[in-house]
Structures are given as structure tokens and as C-alpha cells.
Design a protein around this ligand. Structure first.
Ligand code: ADP
Ligand code: ADP
Length: 229
């Protein structure tokens, strides 16, 4: 179960005279399996909110629930989430297989289980023929898929995407967007995706959270937010 609930979530950077409140009482309920896109102008708090869900940023007020558990005090590795970053650095000396398997080896999963998870992810991402290659022998799109593979093999309750497409060229961006849509159609994992790109938001979102000045301004389907054509 990958439902996510944000209850009166707040974030203040700094203390005393330097205190700067950047997230003001955000309340959102995300259903298991939903694809949610967070949009809004630069500096409105999208990344901070996502990083608090991931556990990469301390929450200074309210509660975050993932899969029914309050995760405020949990380390990122214990939150049952996987981040997909903008530039997910692959290990250059490791094969595609080992890049995907690495986190599972660290987590001490049984080799047979690791093998099964990596092969399943490789199948979904069409990387089966490339498992022995090194990152330098891959195209940009293939590397991006390996980065997604690393998140998939964790079998998390939720995927968190922090502007994963913003550094890609237009062609690769479109390709990766399709890949993410396919992934969601196939696995149905709850997804929180941050972007400042409206096209991305409209094509990917089941519902959008529109933020402004650290507050939720609007929540709804792309049609509800942008109006019907
Ligand atoms: P967005 O992702 O929407 O561009 P951010 O979440 O990055 O917005 O930033 C929200 C606000 O928090 C901005 O005013 C930003 O300057 C501030 N901020 C972000 N990170 C930090 C930090 N580590 N320390 C202090 N202020 C920060
Ligand atoms: P390292 O970064 O130390 O080389 P890993 O990437 O395997 O090794 O994992 C470091 C920690 O980060 C582990 O606790 C792992 O559970 C967590 N982790 C790894 N990948 C992700 C991810 N995509 N999203 C969230 N947490 C991750």
C-alpha cells in the first residue's frame, strides 16, 4: 500500500531572526497508485516538499504518512520510497546489471532474489540485452532507463521524481516521459513528480498539485487546473 498523506506539513529553514518559513501547512491525500505532479514557479517549495517526503530534508511541522506509517523520524532507506534524480550517477566501472543490483546487495537480499528483481526490471525497461554493458557503452536514454531500474528493483511503495527530465534534450525528454508513463501503467506505483514544465505536468499527471509561495493553491486533474480546451 503506497498511499501518502501530508498533514499540515511545514518547513522553516534557519532559526531565530534568520528563520524562513517556506512551506505553510500543506494538506494533501494521495491514493495508492496515483500519479501526482507538483508544479509551480521556481522557489515555491516543490523540491523542499518532495525532499521532506523522501526524508532528505527535516520536517519542522506536521506529519508525513507513507503506506499508513508516520515517517517523520525515519531515515530515507526506511521509508519504502525510491528517488529518481535528475542526474542519477551510475557507477562507471560496474555493468548495467551490477548498477541495478548494487543497492539490493547492500541491503543483503538473497542473490536469487536480486537476480529475479533485476531481470524483471530489465524486461520492463527493455534493457535485457544490455545487462553486461558498462554505462559508457550506453546511449543517454539507456542510461536514464538504468537509473529508473535502480529505483524499480527496490519495489518501493512510492517513486519520487525530482525534475528527472530537466537536463535532457527535447528528444530524450519525450522518450523518457513515455518510459515513465509506461512504467506507471505497468507497475501502478504511487508517484510524486516535481516539475516546472506544464507540458510534462499535463501529460503525466492524474492529479496536479499547484504550489505558490509554499502553499497549495490548487489540486485537481489537468483539465480541472487548466480548464477544458
Ligand atoms: P522549488 O523546488 O519550487 O524551486 P525549493 O523547494 O527549492 O523551491 O525552495 C523553496 C524555498 O526554500 C526558496 O525560497 C529557497 O530559497 C528556500 N530553500 C531551499 N533550500 C534551502 C536551504 N537548504 N536553506 C535555506 N533555504 C532554502
Ligand atoms: P551508496 O549510495 O552508499 O553507494 P546505495 O545507492 O545502494 O549506496 O544506497 C545508499 C542508501 O540509499 C541505502 O540505504 C539505500 O537504501 C538508499 N537508496 C539507494 N537508492 C535509492 C533511491 N533510488 N531512493 C531512495 N533511497 C535509495
Amino acid at each position: 500500500m503506497g498511499a501518502i498523506a501530508l498533514k499540515q506539513v511545514e518547513k522553516t529553514y534557519g532559526h531565530g531572526a534568520k528563520a524562513n518559513k517556506v512551506i505553510h501547512g500543506v494538506d494533501v491525500a494521495i491514493a495508492d497508485g496515483e500519479f501526482i505532479v507538483i508544479v509551480g514557479p521556481s522557489g515555491c517549495g516543490k523540491s523542499t516538499l518532495l525532499r521532506m517526503v523522501a526524508g532528505l530534508e527535516e520536517i519542522t511541522g506536521g506529519e508525513i504518512h507513507i503506506g499508513g506509517r508516520v515517517v517523520n523520524q525515519l531515515e530515507p532507506a526506511d521509508r519504502d520510497i525510491a528517488m529518481v534524480f535528475q542526474n542519477y550517477a551510475l557507477y562507471p566501472h560496474m555493468s548495467v546489471f551490477d548498477n541495478m543490483a548494487y543497492g539490493l546487495k547492500i541491503a543483503k537480499l538473497a542473490p536469487a532474489e536480486i537476480e529475479q528483481r533485476v531481470r524483471k526490471a530489465a524486461k520492463i525497461l527493455e534493457l535485457e540485452a544490455l545487462l553486461e554493458r558498462k554505462p559508457r557503452q550506453l546511449s543517454g536514454g539507456q542510461r536514464q532507463r538504468v537509473a529508473m531500474g535502480r529505483a524499480i528493483v527496490r519495489q518501493p511503495a512510492a517513486f519520487l521524481f525530482d525534475e528527472p527530465l530537466s537536463n535532457l534534450d527535447a528528444k530524450l525528454r519525450a522518450q523518457t516521459r513515455l518510459e515513465i508513463q509506461k512504467l506507471h501503467a505497468e507497475l501502478g506505483v504511487t508517484s510524486l513528480f516535481v516539475t516546472h514544465d506544464q507540458v510534462e505536468a499535463m501529460t503525466l499527471a492524474q492529479r496536479m498539485i499547484v504550489m505558490n509561495g509554499g502553499r497549495v493553491e490548487q489540486i485537481g486533474t489537468p483539465e480541472e487546473v487548466y480548464g477544458r480546451p
